[in-house]
Design a protein around this ligand. Structure first.
Ligand code: G3P
Ligand code: CA
Length: 309
């Protein structure tokens, strides 16, 4: 990535802070966020997935974050372990007595396991035997891996902060402490490894604006109630962007213009080749959202299909 591109990304994220208004033109570079890594080709949230995302020229790699029993941030999409690991085999009796599936199915809550226990799990075989033995990475490990590639950013999502609050765990504090410990919030570090924080929890995004003010943040939503002018105006007081589910943009194409008018970037999710859509290909779908609807960035499982112009 060129230094000009890095500067542009930073201006995009930090424009509200540095200039009082978003520095973003229609010709600004579109940003590619690898959703759970290149998860269309390798098991989500494994080194294989993250490494491939970087090879496929992702601008940012996304880790979803959970907290282990001993307070370590790990890269995991679900609050529970059974979908993406062999936890049922390794710890058959350690299912939760409180958390259950919709139809009463057993669930293995990540926060009930230490990081050493989570590291014993196979996070690759559920996709293909060739990924057997892939581990759940910690946030520290993921970060170190991405930091080997200057210019590539990380786009961490704080998943389910209220779940942790109910268990007496302050997930946001654990994350803030980590960011500060790694000095990720300094201008030098943000230039080398851009960071954008995301969460569906609006209160957490607001909290980040005071605890990590130099780190850009976006609010995720799939809720029509979050895209009214009044809600967007409020959001613009503490975030740099909104990240709506793509169906919200398709249903309300004026959302992009309204968000931009308030200085908010728009990042849509999620574009995947294995989803049946009205488009001939995921590349065509992404092109429509980027260049016709005018969004600024998107999450995709297929970084190699991102249509750069
Ligand atoms: O974080 C953007 C997108 O990933 C939100 O959906 O459920 O895949 O985390 P999810
Ligand atoms: Ca996510």
């Amino acid at each position: 990535m060129t230094s000009l591109r890095v500067a542009s990304l930073l201006l995009t994220g930090l424009g509200v802070l540095v200039a009082g208004a978003l520095v973003r033109g229609a010709d600004a570079p579109k940003m590619l966020i690898a959703h759970r890594g290149a998860s269309g080709y390798a098991p989500e949230h494994t080194f294989a997935s993250y490494d491939l995302a970087i090879q496929q020229k992702a601008d940012f790699v996304e880790p979803d974050l959970a907290v282990s029993k001993d307070g370590v941030l790990v890269c995991l999409h679900d609050d529970t372990l059974e979908r993406t690991t062999n936890v049922e085999e390794v710890f058959p009796d350690r299912y939760s007595h409180d958390v259950k599936g919709r139809n009463g199915e057993k669930r293995w809550v990540a926060n009930d396991f230490t990081v050493a226990e989570i590291k014993r799990l196979d996070a690759g075989s559920w996709v293909d035997a060739k990924f057997r033995g892939a581990q759940v990475p910690t946030w520290d490990e993921m970060l170190a891996r991405v930091q080997q590639h200057p210019g590539v950013g990380v786009y961490p999502e704080l998943k389910s902060p209220p779940l942790y609050t109910a268990r007496g765990v302050d997930m946001a504090k654990i994350f803030v402490d980590s960011v500060k410990q790694h000095h990720l919030d300094t201008p030098e570090s943000l230039k080398r490894t851009p960071v954008i924080i995301q969460s569906f929890d609006r209160a957490t995004i607001k909290r980040m604006s005071t605890e990590l003010p130099t780190v850009p943040r976006v609010f995720l939503t799939s809720d029509e109630g979050d895209i009214t002018d009044a809600q967007l105006k409020d959001l613009a007081t503490f975030a740099q962007g909104i990240a709506p589910e793509k169906k919200l943009i398709a249903a309300h194409p004026d959302l992009v213009r309204r968000a931009h008018a308030l200085g908010l970037t728009v990042t849509a999710w999620t574009f995947r080749a294995d989803e049946k859509t009205a488009y001939a290909s995921v590349k065509d779908e992404m092109a429509k959202f980027l260049y016709d609807f005018g969004i600024d960035a998107l999450f995709t499982n297929n970084p190699d299909q991102f249509p750069r112009r």
